[in-house]
Design a protein around this ligand. Structure first.
Ligand SMILES: *[C@@H]1O[C@H](CO)[C@@H](O)[C@H](O)[C@H]1NC(C)=O
Ligand SMILES: *[C@@H]1O[C@H](CO)[C@@H](O)[C@H](O)[C@H]1NC(C)=O
Length: 412
């Protein structure tokens, strides 16, 4: 009698544990009935910048036990021939993709969005598309309100910060922002509606399936041509370059602590491993198999020559994910820039690498005037043979070299 009872309870234990485990596996998810269904909606822009965030988010959410279904509401202006969009069906088989004219959606209403989504409702939204609180942006917020979402997570931008003399680095979430930016207006509208908004402010992102490469390419383009790298000031300014996989991990971190996330609301989003502008140069050189002593960094005075083609800010302008670590239990980046630069360099070559035609005239202006180490004209002639009257170079350098970054917030 005793033995029989033992067998029965062991069997029921197995049944119980199977039922418990099942919701965690994607294939069984749809066929398992939950008391607690949590549908995730990712609103994704058309790319051109970091269109891969939605893709990485969907991948990260696929493994998340809290999420039972994933839908991407995709701006239909995206190019389906390009990454990451062409990988949606092969890499995200369980994700439903719905196309919508979001970037031309000035008159789009919440009713339009709901009907596009077949009147489904969602508990969690990640918005990496809306540019402001009008049109499709307003419609997404209004839907969130009607659905009573648990979290509306917005991918904003650290580019909205306007550091002043009191700002310390990494910039805290309390750094003054450009209130008129579309992102700030989206935040304000969501708060006005009383939504559980969590707004992340990322910086420079790189990643597989990205379609934005200009920051890191700047370094490789000069290194592979054995040209100097004109880096402003003394090159100790730091930069947060973050793999989109780590960005996605940060963006889903609020799921682990929803209350604390909404309470804090604004989170910087970046790599906790920061490197200086010069260090990035040496790391890129190493990835390209170029010896350190062959790296020609030329520090220059930005008051004289401006930004030229340099991809980052002239002065320090970086954030770190300290708040997400403290409030959300985020454990920091898993990707390593030095490692990632190896595959990045492959991609750089595949995209054209040394054969790509790139403008170098501003580099030449800086180096010819600030250095006398070599025959500057001749080294640039090989790559960018623009006829130059060197006697007028100084004037050009001062006038054309300076580029304001005021309206640059979408670049992060
Ligand atoms: C999506 O995130 C990336 C990275 O911050 C950003 O470049 C892009 O502007 C975001 N899209 C939005 C909010 O439209
Ligand atoms: C680099 O420049 C910054 C800003 O002027 C300064 O604070 C720092 O001490 C300099 N570092 C070195 C190593 O020269």
């Amino acid at each position: 009698m005793m033995k029989f009872q033992l067998v029965v309870s062991a069997a029921s234990l197995i049944v119980g544990s199977t039922a418990f485990v099942a919701p965690n596996t994607a294939s069984q998810r749809s066929s398992t009935t939950h008391l607690d269904m949590s549908a995730a909606l990712i609103v994704q822009n058309k790319g051109g910048g970091h269109g891969e965030l939605g893709y990485q988010l969907a991948k990260a959410l696929t493994d998340h036990e809290k999420i039972t279904s994933i839908t991407i509401l995709q701006d239909d202006a995206c190019n389906d021939e390009k990454e990451p969009f062409k990988s949606y069906s092969s890499d995200l088989p369980d994700v439903k993709v719905v196309k919508a004219p979001l970037s031309s959606g000035d008159s789009m209403t919440s009713a339009d969005v709901k009907s596009l989504l077949g009147d489904a409702t969602f508990e969690y939204i990640w918005d990496n598309c809306s540019k402001g609180a009008e049109g499709s942006g307003k419609a997404i917020c209004d839907c969130a309100k009607d659905w009573g979402v648990k979290l509306l997570t917005y991918v904003s931008s650290a580019g909205m910060y306007q550091p002043d003399d009191d700002t310390t680095f990494p910039m805290p979430e309390t750094t003054p922002i450009k209130e008129t930016s579309g992102q700030a207006q989206y935040d304000a509208y969501a708060v006005e509606l009383g939504l559980p908004l969590v707004s992340f402010r990322p910086q420079y992102i790189y990643g597989e399936k990205s379609n934005k490469h200009d920051y890191i390419d700047w370094y490789f383009h000069r290194l592979v041509r054995e040209l100097p790298l004109p880096i402003p000031e003394n090159g100790t300014q730091k930069v947060s370059l973050t793999n989109s996989k780590d960005v996605a991990r940060l963006l889903i971190a609020p799921l682990d602590n929803e209350e604390a996330a909404v309470e804090q609301r604004f989170f910087n989003c970046g790599n906790d491993k920061l490197y200086s502008y010069d260090e990035v140069a040496y790391m890129c050189a190493e990835a390209a198999g170029i010896a350190k002593e062959n790296v020609m960094i030329e520090h220059y005075d930005s008051e004289l020559y401006g930004k030229a083609y340099f991809p980052f800010r002239l002065t320090n302008f970086y954030v770190a994910p300290d708040m997400a670590k403290e409030k959300l239990g985020y454990t920091g980046s898993q990707c390593d820039l030095a490692e990632d630069l190896k595959w990045y360099y492959q991609g750089f070559n595949d995209r054209g690498g040394i054969d790509e035609k790139i403008p170098l005239i501003k580099d030449a202006e800086i180096t010819v005037l600030s250095i006398t180490r070599f025959e500057v004209g001749s080294i640039y002639d090989k790559w960018d043979p623009i006829p130059m009257d060197w006697s007028e170079v100084q004037e050009l350098g001062i006038e054309a070299g300076w580029m304001e970054e005021e309206d640059d917030i979408s670049i992060n």
